[in-house]
Design a protein around this ligand. Structure first.
Ligand code: ATP
Length: 235
């Protein structure tokens, strides 16, 4: 479904990604793990068209590299950014409406809204609440809900567990699996909680200083001594 080929990103003289390649199959969850500054966020931002890149980003056979972000969303790719980036002064309902800005059919938008509310009942209860007053976990739910409102076929999540109470992290990961199963959505997951991410994904890539040093099934990565020592707390 998505084939990244020889993707490079630089910020001025600083090279953040050095020609990485990986694939995400239809309906698959793939995890990208790596330490701070490895290039995980840059990978997602390049796919979303938020930063310039070199190399190919083939999505259903079409090269999306360097297209403007709205065309990437229109192609069916949605990005839940690190730090959530919700509209803090708007209500939950207004944030969700923003996610649907490319959709024209009112019936479809209402169905999507009901799907999001069904997935996250807390958002339904708080639909008139100003988003900036939600807890971190609720804001993450809203960010995911807003991304779903663009009716994606491919979802990218950047550190969904960041700054969230452990009990809600578990809920959010369960929901990620549910969304993947119910909608058949392919998901690219960037996550510092590598244990959890490798539990729910089929494949994983390990990124180190802008290069992919390992690519394997998540089960194999969880058994890999190097991965265990560096990313799984040596357990
Ligand atoms: P983290 O988990 O800390 O967010 P990451 O794996 O997502 O890390 P990136 O944010 O992609 O890593 O950063 C990769 C490299 O690019 C780092 O060396 C970082 O300092 C650099 N970088 C990222 N954004 C910029 C920017 N806007 N300007 C200059 N350098 C940047």
């Amino acid at each position: 479904m998505l084939s990244i080929q020889n993707l490079s990103v630089s910020y001025g003289a600083i090279a953040a990604l050095h020609g990485i390649s990986f694939e995400v199959g239809p309906g698959e969850i793939v995890t990208l793990i790596g330490s701070n500054g490895a290039g995980k966020t840059s990978t997602l931002r390049a796919i979303s068209g938020l930063i310039k890149s070199r190399g190919k980003i083939l999505y259903q056979g079409r090269d999306l590299a360097n297209l403007p972000p709205h065309e990437i969303v229109a192609a069916g790719i949605s990005h839940v950014p690190e730090g959530r980036m919700i509209f803090a002064n708007l209500t939950v309902a207004e944030n969700l409406a923003m996610g649907a800005y490319l959709q024209k059919d009112k019936g479809g938008i209402e169905r999507d809204r009901q799907f999001v509310f069904g997935m996250f009942p807390r958002l339904a209860e708080r639909r008139q609440q100003v988003a900036g007053t939600l807890s971190g976990g609720e804001q993450q739910m809203l960010a995911i809900g807003r991304a779903l409102m663009s009716r994606p076929k491919f979802l990218m999540l950047d550190e969904p567990s960041l700054g969230i109470a452990p009990i809600l992290v578990k809920t959010i990961f369960e929901k990620i699996v549910e969304i993947n199963r119910q909608q058949g959505l392919a998901i690219l997951l960037v996550e510092q909680n590598a244990n959890l991410a490798l539990e729910i994904s089929r494949h994983g890539c390990v990124l180190e200083t802008g290069q992919i040093i390992l690519r394997d099934s998540s089960a194999a990565l969880r058994e890999n001594p190097k991965v265990r020592a560096a990313y799984l707390g040596g357990v």
